[in-house]
Write a protein of this length. Structure first.
Lengths: 114, 112
C-alpha cells in the first residue's frame, strides 16, 4: 500500500510554455502533499506544502504565481510551472502523508526547459 | 532496480550518546546520496548531500560518509539531543539524475 504516482517522469518544453506535473496517491487519501525540487549538485529542497481544499503554503523564496499548486481532491495534487524558463529546469518530486508520521514519495519528474 | 535499506528501523537512546544510522543501496551507479530528517506532519529537511565523487560531508554534529563501491552510507550524530528526535531518511539519486529512491527511514528518539 501507500503508493504515490508522479507523472510525467520526464518532460522537455520550450521556454515560455507551462508544464503540469501530477502527483497521485493511488491507494490512500492524502490530505497533505509536499512538493520539492532539486537543482543539479544541490540538495532536495521543500517548495510548498499542499493541503486538500485550501491554498498551498510556499517556502520562502518560492514564487507562488510561478509554481501553481492545486490540491483539489484527496488523491491528486498538481504543480504547474508557468511560463517556464531554462532556470526552472530541475528535478521535481512530491510526497504525501500516509498515516501519522509516514511520507511516501513519487518517483520524481525531470523538467528540461529549452 | 535500486533498493535502499535503512537499519535500524527505530532507535531510542539517552541524551548525549553518539549514534550511527546506516543506509545501504543495491546499485552503486549513483549520482548522489542525501540524508534528510522528517518531523511529524512536516516535509523533509535536508541534512547532508554527498556527491558520488565524495566520501563524506560534515555539518555541525552530523557527519555522513559514503562508500559507493560497497553501497553503504552512514550518518553519525554526535552528542545526541532530544531535539534530534525525528525520522531520518537517506535517498539515492540514480546516475542519470532522474530518479530518487528513498530508504524506509530510521525513527530516532532521544530521551532526556
Amino acid at each position: 500500500g501507500a503508493v504515490v504516482s508522479q507523472h510525467p517522469s520526464r518532460v522537455i518544453c520550450k521556454s515560455g510554455t507551462s508544464v503540469k506535473i501530477e502527483c497521485r496517491s493511488l491507494d490512500f487519501q492524502a490530505t497533505t502533499m509536499f512538493w520539492y525540487r532539486q537543482f543539479p549538485k544541490q540538495s532536495l529542497m521543500l517548495m510548498a506544502t499542499s493541503n486538500e481544499g485550501s491554498k498551498a503554503t510556499y517556502e520562502q523564496g518560492v514564487e507562488k504565481d510561478k509554481f501553481l499548486i492545486n490540491h483539489a481532491s484527496l488523491t491528486l495534487s498538481t504543480l504547474t510551472v508557468t511560463s517556464a524558463h531554462p532556470e526552472d529546469s530541475s528535478f521535481y518530486i512530491c510526497s504525501a502523508s500516509y498515516g501519522a508520521n509516514v511520507l511516501t514519495f513519487g518517483a520524481g519528474s525531470r523538467l528540461t526547459v529549452l | 532496480k535500486q533498493e535502499v535499506t535503512q537499519i535500524p528501523a527505530a532507535l531510542s537512546v539517552p541524551e548525549g550518546e553518539n549514534l550511527v544510522l546506516n543506509c545501504s543501496f543495491t546499485d552503486s551507479a549513483i549520482y548522489n546520496l542525501q540524508w534528510f530528517r522528517q518531523d511529524p506532519g512536516k516535509g523533509l529537511t535536508s541534512l547532508l548531500l554527498i556527491q558520488s565523487s565524495q566520501r563524506e560531508q560534515t555539518s555541525g554534529r552530523l557527519n555522513a560518509s559514503l562508500d559507493k563501491s560497497s553501497g553503504r552510507s552512514t550518518l553519525y550524530i554526535a552528542a545526541s539531543q532530544p531535539g534530534d528526535s525525528a525520522t531520518y531518511l537517506c535517498a539515492v539519486m540514480g546516475s542519470s539524475g532522474d530518479k530518487l529512491t528513498f530508504g524506509t527511514g530510521t525513527r530516532l528518539a532521544v530521551r532526556p
